[in-house]
Design a binder for this molecule. Structure first.
Ligand code: BGP
Length: 464
């Protein structure tokens, strides 16, 4: 069967500034928390590979854009690094960054690739982390100034803006489960961070509309559909609902509907973790919802009722309300340790259609990180990543079905264009359509999946 996608479907990929650009002497970039953390604790990073080079896109963006064209992109998302544009987080703008982003975006546009621009991808300027980062409401103001600066500088050429990528990640990684800086376990602070990120989204949307800029503004959320172990067991169902509240609806409701779910507020109250707020905030949320929702989908979250003992009842944690369920026979990506469940993408999209006003949306990330891909290298130097082609096809079929059923889904972006630096995992798992050889001057080579994607984009669909 041929899976035909609608006209003008967005085919492309996503990346971020901190994971791709790298730094060069004299580029004027300030430190983000990643630069600072690597200097302090390099052993936290796989093979001690840090953010200083990443994939050297800062040097190679012109030829990289030509490769994107070659693999069929009509759109591409990256992020503006706050610490590159405004090295101290507030204050002076770095002209070299302005020139770089202008030229990068112009190069994309010249190739017929629409740049989608995100403003925050886990990369707090270190100067602002010193005053607490998202814990501090002053940082919300600083972010809004940064966002306005970006609209002003690049608004004439950018038509798709995103305020945040996966805002739940700084919350869970930095303040609950210790996999990103500042590595705390503190649910009260976690809630405050989440609240301030959501507020910064609403205020940036407000500034965008007030400025009369063209195009749309949205947010990118990593949604993890929450499935109960046994859908006939009321306690499993309640536990799954609560996990959904904490990890999906904490951002989905407030950004799309303009308010928090009452049962999430009740859980936060019960945990004594209510954030500090100001009286006008509710109206700011209600009046500044997004135009466009980016959905990152990697894995489902399978849940059962709380069966394991709570080891530290005095330290509130979301998982006091549920346990993770390891479903027997689940299909896994063994490298990343994430379940592969293709139908999850469809369930998410149907939920957005039915419960979120069928808001305009797209798949902003989906992908498969694999270790030691050199195993699959061919004589011509390209990687034969058939598993990635299968992965994309199997997800796209469900996206196709969702479109048939009326979901307003406008595109599919793969994570990622070329292998890039995955935070503490550095270059362990490779995700790209294009490989990057770190030992050979960062040489780029298109993988089999890149050629497959080019063909799919050209035909606006694929045969299977
Ligand atoms: C998403 C992030 C990306 C990217 C990707 C792959 O959560 O938006 O920045 O890194 O996941 O995950 P990882 O890098 O953890 O393997």
């Amino acid at each position: 069967m041929f899976y035909q996608f609608p006209e003008k479907f967005w085919w492309g990929s996503a990346a971020s500034g901190p994971q791709t650009e790298g730094r060069v002497d004299g580029d004027g970039k300030g430190d983000s928390i990643w630069d600072m953390w690597y200097k302090k604790e390099p052993t936290m990073f796989f093979n001690q590979v840090g953010p200083e080079h990443t994939s050297e896109v800062y040097k190679h963006y012109k030829s990289d854009v030509a490769l994107m064209k070659k693999i069929g992109h009509n759109s591409f998302r990256t992020s503006i690094q706050w610490s590159r544009l405004i090295p101290d987080g507030v204050g002076e703008v770095n002209q070299k960054a302005v020139d770089f982003y202008n030229d990068y975006f112009d190069s994309l546009i010249a190739q017929g690739i629409e740049p989608f621009v995100n403003l925050y991808h886990f990369d707090m300027p270190n100067e602002l982390q010193k005053i607490g980062g998202w814990e501090n409401r002053q940082v919300v103001d600083a972010y809004v100034t940064f966002a306005k600066t970006c609209f002003e500088l690049f608004g004439a050429k950018i038509r798709k803006w995103f305020t945040h990528n996966e805002p739940i990640v700084p919350v869970e990684a930095g303040y609950l489960y210790q996999f990103h800086y500042p590595m705390l376990i503190d649910m009260k602070k976690a809630v405050q961070v989440a609240y301030h990120e959501a507020l910064s989204n609403a205020l940036a949307v407000q500034a965008f509309k007030a400025g009369g800029y063209q195009g749309e503004i949205g947010i990118i959320l990593n949604l993890t559909p929450s499935y109960p172990r046994d859908s006939n067991d009321a306690e499993d169902v309640l536990a799954a609902h609560r996990a959904d509240l904490f990890f999906n609806r904490s951002f989905l409701d407030v950004t799309v509907l303009g308010h928090y779910p009452q049962d999430l507020i009740d859980l936060i109250k019960e945990s004594y973790c209510m954030p500090e707020t100001e009286p006008d905030d509710a109206a700011i949320f209600a009046n500044n919802t997004i135009d466009l929702l980016g959905i990152n989908y990697y894995q489902p979250r399978r849940i059962k009722k709380k069966e394991s003992p709570i080891t530290n009842p005095e330290i509130p944690m979301p998982d006091h309300y549920f346990d993770i369920y390891e479903m027997p026979g689940r299909k896994m990506n063994p490298y990343r340790g994430w379940e592969i469940y293709e139908k999850g993408i469809y369930d998410l999209l149907i939920n957005v259609r039915d419960n979120y006003g069928n808001i305009s949306c797209y798949i902003s990330e989906n992908g498969m990180g694999v270790e030691n891909e050199e195993r699959f290298i061919q004589e011509d130097g390209s990687i034969q990543d058939d598993y990635r082609i299968e992965f994309v096809k199997d997800h796209l079929k469900y996206v196709h079905q969702a479109i048939q059923e009326g979901v307003n889904v406008k595109g599919y972006h793969m994570w990622t264009c070329m292998d890039n630096w995955s935070w503490c995992n550095a270059y362990k798992n490779r995700y790209g359509f294009i490989s990057v050889d770190l030992d050979n001057d960062y040489k780029r080579t298109i993988k089999a999946s890149g050629y497959w994607f080019a063909d799919t984009a050209m035909r606006n669909g694929f045969e299977d």
